[in-house]
Design a binder for this molecule. Sequence first.
Ligand code: GUN
Length: 345
Amino acid sequence: MVQRWLREQLRQRGKFRRRRIRRVEEERERTQKWFGIHLDQQVRLVVEFVEPFEYQGSCGVSAFVIDGTALADETLREVASRVAACVERRVLPGLAVVLVGEDPASLVYVRNKSRKATQVGIVARDLRLPGDSSTASLLALVSELNADRAVHGILIQLPLPSQIDAQTVLAAVDPAKDVDGFHPDNLGRLMLGIPRFVACTPQGCMLMIERAGTQLDGARALVIGRSTIVGKPMAQLLLQANATVTMAHSRTNDLRALVGMADVVVAAVGRANMVRGEWIAKEATVIDVGMNRGPDGKLCGDVEYDVARQRARAISPVPGGVGPMTIACLMRNVVLSAERTAGLA
Ligand code: GUN
């Protein structure tokens, strides 16, 4: 059915001869092997590869949507089989999720993390401290978890209440169990190109860029946002993939011009629709890390999706984009830690 659709699209344009159609179909088969992605997405991707400008212009077909939920499911299936291999070696991967206080968004995040962990066979331990806890009490808990051999990953949900010294707490986590990749050691190692754990959101973004078939070698990449959780590690990963990286933030002049020059845009500012769709360069790959409530109360990203989608080559949606990939990459990090314990990695 998809093939018929493809033929019809090509015929309508009246420019493709049979030979051309065959080439597109061969290309599609090859793409299926590379990416293993859903058929109609492949067709769109392939047509865009073959005739990107003409196809988008004349048929009004929008960007390849990078389905974070599907990619996360695939990633989690891989994790589940790696967990099984650890269990065969008598190592049962364990994740401790620590939440201080009752921030409603954090409550949802930690619940989702524990649920996904359980789904792939990781033992999740939920630990809750009251919102008025001290730095000392959290440090005592971290110290216990560091010493616990059943725990391979420790996650301290951020943000922490203001009375807690977050930097001291993150630095107290055993770097070998720091599955968030936030310990100074692990951030430093990432910068040196010898990562132990890569922060989950940037790791997920890289997998999505790869899934979109985007070439990073020599590409101009723009990271908007300079947080330690996303922006800074993201820039390092792009740099290591040989992209030319620009970092923009709240004080950046003329963001529009920078966006217009970028082959890859990673938006992580946390402001609804701040990146206007019309700023996006034709054929750019857009990864939207934002998770905001728009004026209509609906979830939306940092990028004006509907307009950007008409210009970009590939774009990640919100919801259903980076969010599920962040959790999947957390599970990757936990199983990696367990594999190290089991002598499998
Ligand atoms: N808060 C928002 N994102 C994250 C994350 O990736 N890890 C932790 N620990 N807290 C967060």
